[in-house]
Design a protein around this ligand. Structure first.
Ligand code: ATP
Length: 348
């Protein structure tokens, strides 16, 4: 079901947690709210769930105004970071709970609990207690409990935050498959940009109670609307240039063709677009840099370099198992990039 949030404002004393948020989530869409700690993500989710009443603005669910409706009337499924299962109830009892609250007949409850547990691949675990399950399994029970009653909307607040990396990655894919299969409109919260890029149909980047940009992951990565989004989503080199006569001078690299620009400009160059060593020799823009730091990342290495006559930059260099990194710390190497890989960051 479609979710729409219009002009939501929520203040706590002097703090404005939500400062006029507009957002629409299409039916069946997986939309992620991505933002740093304190940006207002949880307050937004709570306003949608009904645990916060906004000072201004409206929440529409399937076209119905639910701004003032109590949580239980909204028919929304939720999963939080801390599993929040009832510890004294079995897995099946936990999953049955929302149906019992709704006074569904016993045979229906049994059928739906079995279906939901099968969906999260815990069909044989109904008789266990939560403490007899791993963290990942507990989170799958929480997911089963959130979907068992056929919610109109699924809200996920950092559901993988407490899990180790491998488990988190497995569950990310599992949740996404399930969400697609059930066609569930989903609002997902995270401060982990990698998780947002992996999971989302669209990402809304939030900062200080405002949504800075909304769009598909690839579009936000390639064309961030401002410096905050460029910096928060992925790693970035923000090169400061001076534009005049259809070109911008980037210190350390020379003039980049930039029709129409004038004055100070900020240019985004992702670290994977920065060429290093022999690779750089055919690039249109060239400079030299001294390696300050090398971080080995398995499939690639991340280099921090001080550019001669320019700023510090990051380069992400792919590695093959047999080949050594292109440069060691303290070495000075050619650097280069192609002007097509630059993106002018609006509002610098
Ligand atoms: P995190 O990722 O750390 O959970 P968040 O993006 O979810 O952060 P919110 O929890 O929505 O951020 O908080 C937004 C702002 O509102 C913060 O400055 C927070 O301190 C403030 N805030 C949230 N709830 C309350 C409250 N009940 N009383 C007072 N201030 C609050």
């Amino acid at each position: 079901m479609r979710l729409e949030v219009r002009g939501i404002v929520r203040r706590f004393g002097a703090v404005t947690a939500l400062d006029g948020v507009d957002l629409a989530v299409a039916e069946g869409e997986f939309l992620t709210i991505l933002g740093p700690s304190g940006s207002g993500k949880t307050t937004l989710l709570k306003s949608v769930a009904g645990f916060e009443i906004p000072d201004e603005g409206t929440v529409l669910l399937g076209g119905e105004d639910v701004t003032l409706a109590p949580p239980r009337r909204r028919e929304v499924g939720m999963v939080f970071q801390n599993y929040a299962l009832f510890p004294h109830m079995t897995v099946a009892g936990n999953v049955a709970f929302p149906l019992e609250m709704r006074r569904r007949p016993r045979p229906e409850i049994e059928r739906r609990v079995a279906e939901a547990l099968a969906l999260v691949e815990l069909g044989d675990y109904g008789g266990r207690l939560p403490r007899q399950l791993s963290g990942g399994q507990q989170q799958r029970v929480a997911l089963a409990r959130a979907i068992v009653f056929g919610p109109r909307l699924l809200l996920l607040d950092e559901p993988f935050g407490a899990l180790d990396r491998k488990l988190r990655e497995a569950l990310q894919l599992e949740v996404r498959r399930l969400q697609r299969r059930l066609g569930l409109t989903t609002l997902f919260i995270t401060h982990d940009q990698e998780e947002a890029l992996i999971m989302s149909d669209r990402i809304a980047v939030m900062d200080r109670g405002r949504i800075e940009q909304v769009g598909p992951p690839a579009a936000l990565y390639a064309h961030p609307a401002n410096r905050f989004v460029a910096d928060f989503l992925g790693e970035s080199n923000l090169l400061e240039g001076e534009a005049r006569d259809g070109a911008a001078v980037v210190p350390g690299f020379g003039a980049v063709p930039l029709p129409g620009a004038a004055g100070r400009v900020t240019l985004l160059l992702r670290p994977e677009a920065m060429r290093v060593g022999t690779e750089a020799e055919t690039a249109l823009l060239q400079g030299r840099g001294t390696v300050v730091e090398t971080v080995f990342l398995g499939l690639s290495a991340k280099l921090r370099l001080r550019v001669e006559g320019g700023p510090e930059v990051l380069a992400r260099v792919p590695l093959r198992p047999s080949s050594p990194p292109p440069a060691g710390e303290g070495e000075t190497v050619p650097l280069g990039f192609s002007p097509e890989d630059l993106h002018v960051v609006p509002g610098g």
